[in-house]
Design a protein around this ligand. Structure first.
Ligand SMILES: [Zn+2]
Length: 198
């Protein structure tokens, strides 16, 4: 069954240590002027979470893309991922997809209102500091199907689409030839897009 709300997570020994580091940092930062304000806007961006506890954040725009589910599912496989928080200003159809995903992955689902334009659409977080880098997917302007692609080849359509946005990145992929097609080579972007669908 789906567990809604409540941020109290189970903390193992490692979790306790991380928690202490997290608390200590906050205490230290409170002693330096101005930092709590930065933390406040940071928390708004991350839907009420501290940045150091975030595993993945997707923008509202990214959440409109089917592939956001793929990225969210990958992030939820992380053993430290405890909750999926959605920004409830997103359409109910989008919210319900993430709600189903949280249920499927056995993680807590939390819905929070956040009007701020820089706020994320969804955040996947732990209840302890995890200090991950690159928690928001880079190449913000790219369609999400092209982000974090495995190495491989692209079909003509995908190659041309990517080339118009990021030519250099497109060239890091090969283009599928007729011979590849005969061999059954699949486009890595199309393959990912198909796996995004429920
Ligand atoms: Zn393709």
């Amino acid at each position: 069954m789906l567990t809604i709300i409540n941020c109290s997570g189970t903390a193992n020994v490692k979790g306790d240590v991380l928690m202490k580091k997290d608390e200590l940092r906050k205490t230290v930062e409170r002693g330096i002027g101005g930092v709590p304000e930065i933390k406040a806007s940071e928390k708004r961006k991350w839907l009420g979470e501290f940045r150091e506890r975030v595993i993945l954040g997707l923008t509202v725009k990214q959440c409109n893309d089917e592939c956001s589910l793929y990225h969210a599912r990958e992030a939820l496989k992380d053993s430290l991922a405890e909750k999926l928080i959605v920004n409830n200003r997103m359409p109910i159809s989008t919210i319900s997809k993430f709600m189903k995903l949280a249920d499927e992955m056995g993680k807590n689902f939390i819905s929070r209102p956040e009007e701020w334009s820089n706020a994320m659409g969804i955040v996947i977080a732990s209840s302890v500091a995890v200090d991950r880098e690159n928690v928001d997917l880079e190449f913000d302007e790219l369609p999400i199907k092209f982000i974090k692609l495995e190495k491989g080849k692209l079909c003509n359509d995908c190659f041309l689409e990517l080339e118009t946005i990021k030519a250099k990145y497109a060239r890091t992929f090969g283009r599928i030839t007729l011979f590849d097609k005969i061999l059954g080579t699949k486009c890595v972007a199309c393959k990912k897009e198909n796996s995004c669908k429920f």
